[in-house]
Design a protein around this ligand. Structure first.
Ligand code: PRX
Length: 668
């Protein structure tokens, strides 16, 4: 693999932190890497010490592959660390959240108010019979009540399983049943692009499929009955579902009258904090398990150093709490650091395509953490939207979720960051719990498209297919292979709920001495990591490994292209042939001349081997709800197969449109 990868990604631009940024950064001494390396257990322990514990731990880590125990013997509570300790330290009046709904309603919550609200929810859950160890499924729109419900579960030791509010009834039912959740917390609906996502109705459909473990359903009234006014916006007609007395309870009856006093349950460091199902683009979802002490240590440390959090910052992670990013970098990490955050409910183009920039301007946001897919959408919408807003409060930008093509990186740097804000490209996974590869913004010079290097205390590398640590020898030349983590870390996955065998097989059986992440990566001569995408996103064309992301990145580098999704299609001659699904920008014609221009462009950028044999112009590509391109579906289309599971698709109609288009003949 190394031979081809060495020829890919010719990015040579470097962006060192400015002297001004460096001077104020939480971490600005490169020695931090060596210090953490010299005593990695001591390094993590020094972060765990910044949490509040009821009982001290007696061992930092015990590791019997694949089972890790961090901070054994220690007792703590995640909600206490995220909320109460700030109130007790006299910072109860500080704002924890500025929550903006899609209709424009803004609510603020101080840490003291969060504590009161969370305690009421916790008491409400207890009143419905929830006890320590019971699983609570949360299926709510993005908003403060979602975060509060998670914290309420943590407060009483009931692991939460948040299911993203965009998932279907089938997906919800599967997740409820897998976790055997006792209570479901949902809402009447949520706002999305001016319409209502009818969550209660979908929850009813899920429960109608048979979810015998669910005893009670708590329903938060977010949107109200049709005709309700929110900031002058009228709730349109939508299906409110069917009320089942005895099972269903309105939030107002179950929560609002509860006491604001609820003690935090002291939890063992290794007690389960939550289950989160991975949104994998293939196969049955896995219930990734995270426990209390190690997870909190990992997210506390990474939030503080990667986002350079300061006491007076306003931090905005645009993820939904239905994903790991919202768990780690809204609810647990930033809150454990006591920072003020934005929560936004809706879509970035409602009512206009400048919504994000208005929010930043209005609330003086300092740090923005978002996804490359969003950045590419912003690019496509045009520079005028961000240019019309005052973004001068921003001082740091971040990305997560997929490789960012250098084109989008540069746009983000110039148009959003005003060339003043370091960009942290953070690689991690639901399974890793916290950020693993990232620049420390006051130390590491960034390169567009590279997640740079492992966070201090981690040991990463790349292995060849047969398990040779090729990353060890990277000095002086580029090497590529399979990304691995070679040492336990505190926020690591502890298991797959109900399936220890799958846990072992998926992550630990591939190599005998490392965690297998499932991603391909390159390490360049300077030790920088370049993520090449999921291993199943690596194409083998005429014996050469080419990453789908490389070709996508090259295509997006052409002025006509807004977005591209690339797959390897079975080919009798080459093994795989490259097919590219391309969305073009307004003002360009989808004609043969452009097909030729794009193929030549890729050939120029990467080499003739990477030239797509097929280019399909399309209005959209199928993506999971977390924004990942569903290449499996594109392969099915390209190879004429019956389509597999489409339940995690954001918009299933995209696939049918593509199937029709694919039959249209293409120039060779
Ligand atoms: O392929 C990598 C990609 O997203 C996968 C993890 O997805 P998920 O568990 O949904 O978590 C997403 C949020 C942490 C990884 O295996 N990925 C994530 N971040 C990056 C990335 N690929 C490239 N660069 C990144 N910064």
């Amino acid at each position: 693999m190394s031979e081809t990868i060495a020829t890919l990604l010719h990015e040579t631009r470097r962006f060192p932190p400015s002297e001004a940024f460096k001077a104020q950064a939480n971490a600005n001494d490169p020695a931090i890497y060596d210090q953490a390396e010299a005593d990695w257990k001591g390094w993590w322990a020094s972060w765990a010490e910044k949490l509040d514990w009821y009982e001290p731990w007696n061992e930092v880590v015990s590791w019997e592959r694949p089972n890790a125990k961090w901070f054994s013997g220690g007792k703590l509570n995640a909600c206490y660390n995220a909320v109460d300790r700030h109130v007790e330290a006299g910072r109860g009046d500080k704002l924890a959240f500025i929550a903006e709904g899609e209709p424009g309603d803004v609510r603020t919550f101080s840490f003291a108010q969060v504590k009161d609200r969370v305690s009421q929810i916790a008491n409400g859950l207890k009143a419905q019979g929830v006890v320590k160890g019971d699983r609570v499924c949360i299926y709510m729109p993005m908003g403060p009540e979602l975060a509060f419900t998670m914290l309420a579960c943590a407060r009483i030791g009931a692991p939460h399983s948040v299911v993203f509010g965009g998932f279907s009834a089938d997906s919800l039912a599967d997740r409820i049943n897998d976790a055997q959740a006792k209570v479901l917390v949902t809402a009447d609906g949520g706002w999305r692009r001016g319409g209502i996502v009818a969550l209660k109705k979908i929850a009813d459909q899920a429960l109608a499929k048979g979810c015998p473990s669910i005893e009670k359903v708590l329903v938060y009234e977010r949107v109200g009955a049709p005709g309700t006014l929110t900031e002058g916006t009228v709730t349109p007609e939508y299906d409110r579902g069917e009320w089942r007395p005895g099972r269903d309870l309105w939030w107002s009856e179950a929560i609002d009258g509860q006491s604001q006093d609820c003690p935090c349950e002291p939890m063992e460091a290794e007690d389960l904090l939550f289950i989160l199902y991975t949104s994998g683009s293939t196969g049955k979802p896995k219930g990734v398990m995270h426990t209390t002490g190690g997870y909190l240590t990992g997210v506390l440390a990474t939030s503080k150093l990667v986002f350079d959090l300061k006491d007076d910052d306003v931090f905005w992670c645009t993820a939904d709490c239905g994903w790991i990013t919202g768990h780690s970098y809204i609810v647990y990490g930033p809150m454990a650091n006591g920072v003020t955050q934005i929560i936004y409910e809706g879509s970035p183009d409602t009512p206009n395509k400048d919504r994000f920039w208005r929010i930043i301007e209005q609330h003086r946001v300092n740090i923005l953490y978002t996804a490359p897919t969003a950045i590419r959408a912003f690019m496509k919408w045009g520079d005028a939207y961000p240019a019309s807003c005052d973004l001068s409060s921003l001082r740091l930008l971040g990305t997560v979720g997929e490789p960012i093509n250098p084109e989008a990186w540069i746009w983000y740097n110039e148009k959003i960051g005003g060339e003043r804000c370091p960009i942290v490209d953070t690689w991690w996974q639901t399974e890793t719990g916290a950020i693993m590869l990232t620049p420390l913004p006051g130390i590491v010079a960034t390169k567009p498209g590279s997640a740079t290097r492992p966070f201090p205390g981690l040991l990463a590398s790349v292995y060849s297919e047969d398990g040779v640590d090729v990353g060890l020898e990277h000095k002086g030349e580029d090497v590529g292979g399979l990304l691995v983590l070679k040492r336990p870390w505190p926020s690591m996955i502890r298991g797959v709920w109900g399936d220890p065998q799958r846990f072992k097989e998926t992550y630990w059986d591939r190599f005998e001495d490392a965690y297998f992440a499932g991603d391909g990566a390159k390490i360049d001569a300077e030790g920088y990591y370049w993520i090449l995408g999921r291993v199943d996103d690596i194409m083998v064309v005429a014996g050469h490994n080419i990453s789908t992301m490389e070709v996508e990145s090259a295509l997006v580098g052409h002025p006509a292209v807004a977005e591209a999704a690339v797959i390897g299609k079975a080919d009798p001659l080459k093994g795989q042939a490259i097919a590219a699904f391309v969305i073009i920008k307004a003002g360009w014609e989808p004609n043969d001349a452009l097909v030729k221009a794009l193929r030549d462009h890729v050939a120029n950028e990467i080499g003739p081997i990477a030239k797509p044999s097929t280019i399909i112009f399309t209005a959209d590509v199928p993506k999971t709800r977390s924004g990942k391109i569903m290449r499996r579906l594109l392969r099915d289309i390209a190879e004429g197969r019956v389509l597999g599971d489409t339940t995690t698709l954001a918009d299933p109609s995209v696939v049918n449109a593509l199937k029709d288009q694919y039959s249209t003949p293409q120039p060779a």
